[in-house]
Ligand binder design. Structure first.
Ligand code: MG
Length: 428
């Protein structure tokens, strides 16, 4: 045995004692009716501490969460992975080896990390292995011009009171798919400090449900190229630009789009064709015209495995509020790293979920940018507070993580509760 044990530092007696037991005593939910349903989970321990996580929206989500809560009561919240796997197994009885039960699991998993971090006094990124960067690059989702919308869990359009007031107060553009709007929106986001942004181009086509069964017209593709060129002009040459197709087009059209958009030097072309066949993505990628991204609807590493091992895309975009949670998001990012695939998480969450995603991004070397989808929601920045920090969460297109324990933020309930979804409980 090497070394002189007499020179070792003595153990602090408090470090040598066994961990004090900790138990989950209560779980609850709350929903904010914003551009989507921001669905929160709160988990309490027997010391009066709690953690909060956020789930991607889904129909019946809070009912599913309430079905899961009895599986957590009395368990040790520090066994985050054990509890998440327990929920995977229990969900499999209902056939949920993937799908939106994982939205619920993801929010619970994040709430556990927040609780454990707060209890130990360390930020979540430390629990995930420590950070590789101090600030997280944020890209602004710009839709297809300036508009404000709110969608229910089955993507039915709705108009909560805050939106009714907003629409009454500000003029709305009836036509959203004109190049001038793309240019103006790109300029707005430069002024707001973002150096990466994303636009939708699928809605330029008149969406009738037939677009997968007919070739796109030259005029439709020309309009896409015109709008993206206008966004590029508005953004300037030094700003990154991505575009999203929402799985709309058949592979042959996806290839035409990719070829014609190549001069715009895209950061990525997102979901150009339906998600069922990874070979379609691989074919578009093989053109080398644009980097290809997908992954926002996939769950756990298992959902990403074929895509990553086949190197069918250039970037993966797990949604941390949907893919299984923070640790599972990191694992997906690490699998991608092993195949030279970059990591750019999808994110439509409130600031709380956005910060949870930022903690994951901080720990991955292949991270590119994290989505921000709330620029049109007037109360988005006010939904959280951060201990010891004032000012906007997103500063010049970056989130700066702090040393505050857990996620490093709290839901600002004075504000959030004003937008509570009717019919849902508020952390009751
Ligand atoms: Mg997308």
């Amino acid at each position: 045995m090497r070394g002189d044990s007499s020179k070792r530092l003595p153990l602090n007696p408090s470090q040598a004692t066994e961990l004090t037991p900790m138990k989950i005593t209560r779980c609850s939910t709350a929903v904010v009716e914003a551009n989507y349903d921001y669905t929160y989970v709160r988990i309490f321990n027997d010391r009066g501490e709690y953690g909060t996580g956020e789930c991607f929206f889904a129909p019946g989500l809070t009912a599913a969460l309430r079905e899961m809560f009895p599986l957590l009561i009395g368990r040790d919240p520090r066994e985050v992975d054990r509890l998440a796997r327990h929920l995977w197994r229990k969900g499999s009885g209902a056939g949920a080896v993937a799908g939106y039960l994982y939205n619920a699991v993801s929010g619970i998993e994040t709430a556990l990390w927040d609780l454990v971090g707060k209890s130990y006094g360390v930020p979540c990124y430390q629990l995930l292995g420590g950070k590789l960067r101090d600030s997280i690059r944020i890209y602004a989702d710009c839709h297809a011009g300036d508009n404000i919308e709110s969608w229910g869990p089955m993507l039915t359009q709705r108009e909560p009171e805050w939106l009714r007031r907003l629409v009454a107060d500000q003029p709305q553009h009836e036509e959203r798919y004109e190049s001038e709007l793309y240019r103006e929106r790109a300029q707005q986001m430069v002024s707001a400090g973002f150096d990466a942004r994303k636009f939708d181009i699928d809605s330029i086509v008149l969406l009738t449900g037939e677009e997968l069964h007919r070739p796109l017209t030259d005029a439709e593709i020309a309009k896409m190229v015109e709008c993206v060129a206008a966004a590029r002009e508005g953004a300037g040459p030094d700003v990154d630009l991505a575009v999203d197709c929402h799985w709309r087009f058949q592979p042959s059209d996806a290839k035409r789009i990719a070829r014609d958009l190549a001069p715009s030097n895209l950061l990525w072309l997102e979901d150009p064709c339906p998600p069922e066949n990874i070979h379609d993505f691989a074919d578009v990628k093989a053109l080398g015209a644009c980097p290809i991204l997908t992954g926002e609807n996939l769950n756990r590493r298992h959902g990403f495995w074929d895509l990553i091992t086949a190197r069918a895309v250039d970037l993966v975009a797990p949604d941390i509020q949907k893919c299984g949670g923070m640790l599972e998001g990191k694992r997906i990012g690490e699998l991608a790293e092993m195949q030279g695939i970059r990591f750019a998480p999808h994110n439509i969450a409130s600031p709380l979920g956005t910060i949870a995603s930022a903690h994951v991004c901080a720990t991955l070397p292949n991270f590119v940018a994290l989505e921000f989808h709330g620029s049109d929601v007037p109360f988005w920045p006010d939904l959280i507070s951060r201990p010891g920090r004032s000012g906007p969460l997103i500063d010049q297109g970056r989130i700066h993580l702090t040393e505050a324990p857990g996620l490093g933020c709290e839901l600002n309930e004075l504000v959030a509760r004003q937008y509570a979804k009717p019919g849902e409980t508020w952390f009751a």
